[in-house]
Write a protein that binds this ligand. Structure first.
Ligand code: GLU
Length: 372
């Protein structure tokens, strides 16, 4: 017979084992704030302005990445403070040196960066694309005029002058000797002007008078045939020269970038891509400075993250810029952590929860949906 007291102690042992098992099972799932952080620790979040992922509105940070992080933090019942950085390398540095617990902006996950950092699950699909000034029809009137007076066309101007002056002298000389010659003035200066007018009209196949002297007529016939050929040749050359130069001015994909001046942000994946291919690149801390360089004609193209460029092209840059060619290198954005961060698994868990419960989609629609 077992006594009630003995049975009670066995039950207590069972209850204790059950409690330990429960803690082992659910304790690990508790938010990072509970098991990893000291009481009420504020997470330090490194970020940088990069619209529409991070931007400032009334001195407050907002944007897709800020809203997403706020939702993750809420899910994990964590509080956080943001610290802004001028460039992605500076942001990464603050995470590496422990000045920040994590970083979120439009940070691409790369093989090189993952040597030094841990990244969350992908939070956004991006990739590199090219943006140029929007010049419908291949160029403005000014651009076309500039092309017309370029080195390819200038020799024709000299040739035209020669084609006017040479026959003008023959005609002036022969017509002055004929009693009913078509040149009124026999002195050189007014006379040669009259002859030049005739030669220019003949060159444009528009002459209204014909020489009277036999020599003059022979010259005129010769010159009329020469003019037809000259006009045909001139038209063909100008057309092909304009077409070639306009085609050369066109950027349609990354293969057209060598020899062009490209703008992007300091230390970005785009800057690295361009430098590795020896493409001339100017790096600016702020993406807006790259847009400005493009609009002012200081750069021929901006190479940067497609969603950032698309947002600009649809808002402030509407009608001024256009994206050309496909996304030529796919990239994903992630939240960056120092290696072995205790927060990463919990953040991944919260990110997946938000993707499943529609929270992520709501934030996405707020910034990227075309619907009003
Ligand atoms: N996705 C780019 C990168 O991670 C963004 C660069 C930037 O924000 O300037 O390099």
């Amino acid at each position: 017979m077992r006594r009630a007291g003995t049975m009670g102690s066995i039950d207590r042992v069972r209850i204790a084992i059950f409690a330990i098992a429960l803690f082992a099972l659910f304790g690990g799932l508790l938010p990072a704030a509970v098991d990893a952080a000291a009481p009420a620790k504020q997470l330090r979040v490194a970020t940088r302005e990069i619209p529409p992922f991070v931007f400032k509105e009334n001195n407050r940070l907002t944007g897709f990445s800020v809203d997403l992080w706020d939702a993750i933090a809420q899910e994990l019942r964590l509080s956080s403070t943001y610290a802004e950085h001028a460039t992605v390398p500076e942001l990464l540095d603050s995470v590496k040196t422990g000045k920040a617990d994590l970083g979120i902006a439009a940070i691409s996950v790369t093989a090189e960066r993952s040597n030094d950092f841990d990244f969350s699950q992908p939070m956004f699909d991006a990739g590199l694309q090219i943006m140029v000034r929007d010049e419908p029809g291949g160029g403005s009137v000014g651009e076309t005029l500039r092309l017309m007076w370029s080195s390819a066309v200038l020799p024709f101007v000299g040739l035209t002058l020669l084609f006017i002056l040479v026959p003008a002298h023959f005609i002036w000389w022969s017509e002055c000797r004929h009693p009913h010659g078509m040149i009124e003035h026999h002195t050189y200066f007014p006379g040669i002007f009259e002859a030049c007018w005739w030669a220019a009209s003949t060159l444009a196949t528009q002459a209204d008078q014909m020489p009277r002297s036999a020599f003059g007529r022979a010259i005129a016939v010769l010159w009329m045939f020469t003019s037809v050929l000259f006009v045909a040749y001139f038209t063909a050359s100008v057309t092909s020269s304009l077409t070639v130069q306009q085609l050369q001015g066109d950027i349609k994909g990354p293969e057209d970038l060598p020899g062009k001046q490209v703008a992007t942000t300091t230390g970005s994946t785009s800057a690295l891509y361009l430098r590795q291919r020896d493409i001339s690149v100017t790096e600016f801390p702020r993406i807006e400075q790259a847009y400005e360089a493009l609009l002012k004609g200081q750069a021929d193209a901006v190479v940067f993250d497609s969603p950032v460029l698309l947002y600009y092209a649809a808002h402030q840059g509407k009608g001024k810029v256009a994206l050309v060619g496909p996304i030529f290198r796919k990239e994903s954005y992630g939240i960056v952590f120092p290696q072995n961060s205790p927060y990463r698994l919990h953040v991944n868990n919260a990110l997946l929860t938000l993707k499943e419960n529609g929270g992520y989609q709501r934030i996405y629609d707020k910034y990227f949906s075309s619907r009003p």
